[in-house]
Ligand binder design. Structure first.
Ligand SMILES: NC(=O)c1ccc[n+]([C@@H]2O[C@H](COP(=O)([O-])OP(=O)(O)OC[C@H]3O[C@@H](n4cnc5c(N)ncnc54)[C@H](OP(=O)(O)O)[C@@H]3O)[C@@H](O)[C@H]2O)c1
Length: 267
């Protein structure tokens, strides 16, 4: 299968590297279409596939075309590639907020998979939600899922509404985690730890808590109960969090992200 990635930026190059590292594709079947000449030169030197500068040179050779440009660049992209595409090709879009119908109408194609990855895909620890149009066959869907799995974990969702919801949780989620980590690092520094000590205390605490959660059947509530003994330090912190409605604020933040994802999808 010949894979073409359009847009060799952060995500596009991450995908190329992940696919090659996992040996799901090899360099001879891997193509990147990148409009920026400087980036194209840099990509060529990384030896992650053949790099092209125009759609005419590569679209017709591709079985799977991955759309990885910024959403605002789509009108120009669609105009560039429309004359070259054909209905047998499978399209995988990772562009935030760009609907399957928008791609189908703009390109006159119907085998379209829409995915929402997140930033940890860069280190093979990503979370990707994906869905597809009815015309994508089961084999095509499994092939694409295997490719996406090289960047972390994946979940198939039934509708594009679920993609918006995943955008608000796993797409934006790394920033929520960094927000919480930052507050804890600043707390640690205010208690006298150096920057590096504070970062170590916090990052290892996050890593350990997530691993513990992943390796057990206990819920978050049950784990909180295990850490928080009656009258102890953790309970004191929990009382403060609850008094300040921290839980409700986090939910409100995620809801704001969902509303924005829906709004962007309409524009
Ligand atoms: N970054 C993330 O964590 C993340 C997470 C989920 C989804 N996404 C989605 O992934 C997509 C790519 O994001 P990114 O962060 O990788 O962006 P990026 O680093 O800006 O990469 C996009 C690349 O595409 C190039 N490009 C633009 N129009 C093109 C065209 N017509 N033909 C060929 N190349 C073209 C750009 O060149 P120029 O620089 O010259 O414009 C740029 O090199 C976005 O739609 C975003 O919504 C990103």
């Amino acid at each position: 299968m010949n894979v073409l990635i359009i847009g060799g930026g952060n995500m596009g190059s991450t995908y190329a590297r992940s696919f090659l590292r996992s040996h799901i594709t090899d360099k001879d079947n891997m193509m990147i279409l990148e409009k920026s000449p400087e980036k194209a030169i840099r990509l060529s030197s990384q030896d992650i596939g053949k790099v092209y500068g125009t759609a005419e040179e590569c679209i017709s050779k591709s079985d799977l075309i991955i759309l990885a440009v910024k959403p605002q660049d789509t009108p120009k992209l669609f105009a560039d590639i429309k004359p070259q595409v054909d209905a047998q090709q499978v399209f995988l879009s990772i562009m935030a907020g760009v609907k399957i119908k928008t791609i189908a109408d703009a390109l006159g194609v119907n085998k379209i998979i829409r995915a929402m990855p997140n930033l940890p895909a860069q280190i093979g620890m990503g979370m990707t939600a994906f869905t597809s149009s009815d015309e994508v066959t089961r084999i095509e869907l499994v092939t694409v899922q295997n490719l996406l799995n090289t960047t972390g974990k994946t979940v198939y969702v039934e509708s594009e509404e679920d993609i918006d919801a995943a955008t608000a949780i796993s797409g934006s989620g790394p920033a929520y985690v960094f927000y919480f980590m930052r507050a804890m690092i600043e707390s640690a520094k205010s208690m006298g730890f150096s920057e590096s000590q504070a970062e170590l205390l916090v990052s290892q605490t996050f890593r350990g808590a997530v691993e513990l959660h992943n390796k057990s059947n206990f819920s978050c509530d049950e784990w909180i109960q295990k850490v928080a003994s009656r009258g102890g330090t953790t309970e004191a912190a929990m009382k403060k969090f609850n008094g300040n409605d921290l839980d409700a604020n986090i939910r409100a933040g995620a809801k704001a992200a969902l509303d924005r994802a829906i709004e962007l999808g309409k524009s």
